[in-house]
Design a protein around this ligand. Structure first.
Ligand code: ZN
Length: 352
């Protein structure tokens, strides 16, 4: 259950929340730290004093650390290096932006309605997108490979026309962004990657690592998939039960299976996924922005689109922001540093 009313929306946000209440809410979701009760944190500056806390009204959390070592007395903001230290927006404004974001409102609307500077709004929206990307990729990584013994996995590539950078791109192949993915017909689980090229070496590696042994793969007739279930595939380490093809060139979208009589071969599910994903990806950006667009779409599809109430969407999103902020950082653990001091600038991309 979310700790706010069911009818929370953009129109009722002001009614239910002020900065103080948002502070409590954000503490609850671990976006910002609570004032620690016992001071066990060693000062990172002098290395000997413990960090005490004192009330402050000039920062978003309402308190700050101070080293109790009289020779040091170092002051540390608990939001140091977190998103909220650079935001310059109030906590209420942050919450409002999250609310706009989970409802897929345009940046333009946010700027207009909230009287924000373009830069601040763009930064916040980018941050939200990073959270989506991080969470979706984390889920992919946590779930691991898809499919399994006797399950069907549809695979397909998707091309997005690449605009801009005209001078540098010469070959036809480079004028497109390429996405490769797989979707399990039975479980609905899927994976997706932006790939540099759609070559055997690139795609087969993903197939080997992301599809469980014993799966049956369905694909279109692209030459890159030839021999996937044959000797070459085996040598590559691909241990699938079978690979069947539906040839689109002949106008066919469903074919009868030879391997499993009565069963149909299709890649309609994954193609449908690409069809919608494409609408949400701007081919104009950099590799990073294309990647973010892709994972933002997949995130919304996975977690938010099926929720009608803004309150439910916000609840899920705040949980994910909180998860992101409370990731322990190895080096900071060693120094017994507050775990909230997470650098937003650090590489948040999971190595997949
Ligand atoms: Zn100190």
């Amino acid at each position: 259950m979310a700790p706010f009313p069911d009818d929370l929306g953009l129109d009722t946000l002001r009614y239910y929340f002020d900065d103080k209440k948002v502070r409590k809410l954000f503490q609850r979701y671990k976006l910002i730290p609570k004032k620690p009760k016992n001071q066990q944190i060693i000062c990172p500056t002098c290395g000997t004093g413990r960090l005490g806390t004192e009330k402050r009204n000039d920062n978003v959390v309402g308190w700050r650390y101070r080293c109790l070592n009289r020779e040091c007395k170092k002051v540390i903001a608990p939001t140091k290096n977190t998103f909220f230290s650079q935001g310059h927006l109030s906590l209420y404004e942050s919450l409002a932006i999250f609310m706009y974001y989970v409802q897929n409102c345009s940046l333009k609307l946010v700027i207009q309605n909230m009287h924000l500077g373009t830069e601040a709004a763009v930064n916040y929206y980018n941050f939200c997108k990073e959270i989506c990307m991080w969470q979706f990729r984390k889920m992919m990584k946590d779930d691991g490979p898809i499919g399994g013994k006797g399950l069907h996995v549809e695979i397909d590539e998707c091309y997005i026309r690449r605009k801009g950078n005209k001078g540098r791109l010469t070959k036809m192949e480079e004028r497109q962004w390429k996405i490769f993915g797989g979707l399990c017909a039975e479980t609905g689980q899927y994976f997706a990657f932006l790939v540099p090229k759609c070559t055997k070496k690139v795609l087969w590696r993903i197939i080997r690592d992301w599809i469980r042994p014993g799966s049956i793969i369905h694909s279109d007739g692209a030459a890159v998939y030839n021999e996937l279930s044959g000797e070459e595939g085996k040598q590559f380490g691909i241990k699938i039960m079978g690979h069947e093809v539906v040839v689109h060139r002949t106008g066919q979208y469903v074919a009868e299976s030879d391997l499993e009589p009565g069963h149909q071969i299709t890649t309609n599910r994954i193609e449908n996924l690409w069809k919608y994903a494409k609408r949400h990806i701007s081919g104009q950006g950099t590799k990073k922005s294309v990647k973010k667009d892709l994972y933002k779409y997949l995130y919304f599809r996975q977690y938010l689109n099926q929720l009608d109430k803004p309150a439910d969407r916000l609840n899920i999103f705040l949980k994910h922001v909180g998860n992101f902020f409370s990731l322990p950082l190895e080096e900071e653990k060693e120094r017994n540093y507050p775990q909230y001091i997470v650098k937003i600038s650090r590489k948040i991309e999971y190595k997949l």
